[in-house]
Design a protein around this ligand. Structure first.
Ligand code: PGA
Length: 253
């Protein structure tokens, strides 16, 4: 079965109420390929989740950008997976490199979050990716497979996971991975899943690319056989996100 193209918009820590409403209106007015062709998920900051969910067109879904590692309780400042489920928020992004690097979330902690969130019924965009230093040292696949392995050791059912390969050196830098660089890691990652999880999981799991994706580079990236979509940061705050969604048609025929 073909993997449905997936386009996520990670709004990160951006936006005012006015800007968020405007962005949702732009998305609501956009003409995009049907839900059979592309799955679109936008991820506003926590405080705007309920509002965006209430205003957003029904063929687009919403995602949180993080959630707590276990059941809620005395964890000041955290948001639990149960709360997201209670609000009918279907998706959560976990293990984004900004959280791994700035907030020191290690592989095991990310894997625990993924496991807990899935157990509560959330779908997870699990992010992996190497730093520039790691790439230059030839460690890209070691890093990415260790990050994936931590998850694979705890998770049995991969049907609600999308893996986002996001090289840290490409995030927010304007320095996008070349289509060949993206394809190389995506195909090695898929092979890792095949060998270490199962051929079925490797075949069905969507591996999306993130890092300076924009309207100008998305089509060529989308043409790569193992690139199943995108996680878009900066460009997801602009109307060009619509063009990135449209790149899904590249995969057809
Ligand atoms: P960017 O961010 O598109 O701004 O590079 C991608 C991401 O961090 O998900």
């Amino acid at each position: 079965m073909a993997r449905k193209f997936f386009v996520g918009g990670n709004w990160k820590c951006n936006g005012t109420l006015e800007e968020v409403k405007k962005l949702v209106s732009t998305l609501n007015a956009a003409e995009v390929p049907s839900e059979d062709v592309v799955e679109v998920v936008v991820s506003p900051p926590f405080v705007f989740l309920a509002l965006v969910k209430s205003l957003l067109r029904s063929d687009f879904a919403v995602s949180a950008q993080n959630c707590w590692v276990r059941k809620g309780g005395a964890f000041t400042g955290e948001i639990s997976a149960e709360m997201l489920v209670n609000l009918n928020i279907p998706w959560v992004i976990l293990g984004h490199s900004e959280r791994r690097l700035i907030l020191k979330e290690v592989n095991e902690f990310v894997a625990d979050k993924v496991t807990y969130a899935l157990g509560q019924g959330l779908k997870v965009i699990a992010c992996v990716g190497e730093t520039l230093e790691q790439r230059e040292a030839g460690d890209t696949m070691n890093v990415v497979s260790e990050q994936t392995k931590a998850i694979a050791e705890k998770v049995k059912d991969w049907s609600n996971i999308v893996v986002a390969y996001e090289p840290v050196w490409a995030i927010g830098t304007g320095r996008v991975a070349t289509p060949a660089q993206a394809q190389e890691v995506h195909s090695e990652l898929r092979n890792w899943l095949k060998v270490n999880v199962s051929p079925e999981v490797a075949e069905s799991t969507r591996i999306i690319y993130g890092g300076s994706v924009n309207a100008g580079n998305c089509v060529e990236l989308a043409q790569q056989p193992d690139v199943d979509g995108f996680l878009v940061g900066g460009a997801s705050l602009k109307a060009e996100f619509v063009d990135i969604i449209k790149s899904a048609t590249t995969k057809q025929g």
